[in-house]
Design a protein around this ligand. Sequence first.
Ligand code: NAD
Length: 361
Amino acid sequence: MVLRIGVIKGDGIGPEIVTEAMKVLDQVAKVYGHTCDYTQLLMGGASIDVHGVPLTDETVAEAKKCDAVLMGSIGGDAKTSPWYQLEPSKRPEAGLLRIRKELNLFANLRPAVLYDELKGACPLKEEITEGGFDMMIMRELTGGLYFGERKTVEENGVMTAYDSLTYNEHEIRRIAKRGFDIAMKRRKKVTSVDKANVLDSSRLWRKVVEEVALEYPEVTLEHMLVDNCAMQLVKDPKQFDVILTENMFGDILSDEASMVTGSIGMLASASLNETKFGLYEPSGGSAPDIAGKGIANPIATILSAAMMLRFSFDLDQEADAIEDAVAKVLEEGYRTIDIMSEGKQQVRTDKMGDLIAGNIG
Ligand code: NAD
């Protein structure tokens, strides 16, 4: 199979961590008989340096021709980088917002996995985390409170602010379908999170999710109120497989879930549209404080590449191979500095990539 992959190396540690993910993808291609056809794309500060803008129309058009895009991270140090002297619409982050919009990426996926070997980094009690956990937060990304009408007015001498939370049934149906599709590739359980005891938008959410569930008889659906979900994530994270939720609840819950896994260098993510197309990137930023030092953890990007194989190319076996290789390398005791602990062997970014690639095939 030919995999047409757009590659945005980006800024800061981006080029270092994406290089390692490509190394791993190339090894997968070699072992499983695929061809990776990469198109290098400029975005963020790297694009500003060349074109004066964080994303050009040509780059958007090139990205649309690919089957998926793998991205490092973009942006620099806001205090020292000249990119932040530019007006907000020309800064690195504007490129990211635009590409998400242009590609209609409405579903954000963030896995929260606690590897048994890294449980020391988890702030929860050992009896809760024993055996690790593995959940996927599926967050609606283009609707809800963050995109609703808003205004601030003065009424009878009192300042009053309004934000509206709107969802229509189509928006809910398309994300719910995505959530159930992903559950079918996992442990076949969806926890739909809402606030249906109070909000109309949540009551519609629940109704539509139940309709979609009828198309997936193998998947178990449960509903959970968002306040309860926030508690359950720290009380019993093992109970979750796919958490399906709207934009703002997902924003908060995905940060909570990632916090209980420990290091930011381990957190992959994906944003998907209605086709198989997706943008895959680590959850962390460009880490300007450690850029160029060869010490960044490439695992989040490597795991994002595994998500790309699974969700954009349906190559589940190949994705498993990457995830197993990561687990094996951690089991063998290798660590980048951010996840280092006593008695383990510290390795640099490129060595971590070599070790993971070396465990494939
Ligand atoms: P950050 O995630 O870049 O860094 C926070 C801390 O985590 C730093 O100490 C950093 O060294 C560490 N860290 C992050 N990734 C790591 C990795 N792979 N390995 C080891 N350590 C890692 O967040 P920030 O400092 O707030 O932001 C820096 C820049 O990144 C800003 O310009 C911001 O706008 C941008 N940013 C980009 C994205 C993106 O591209 N999607 C996301 C978040 C932030």
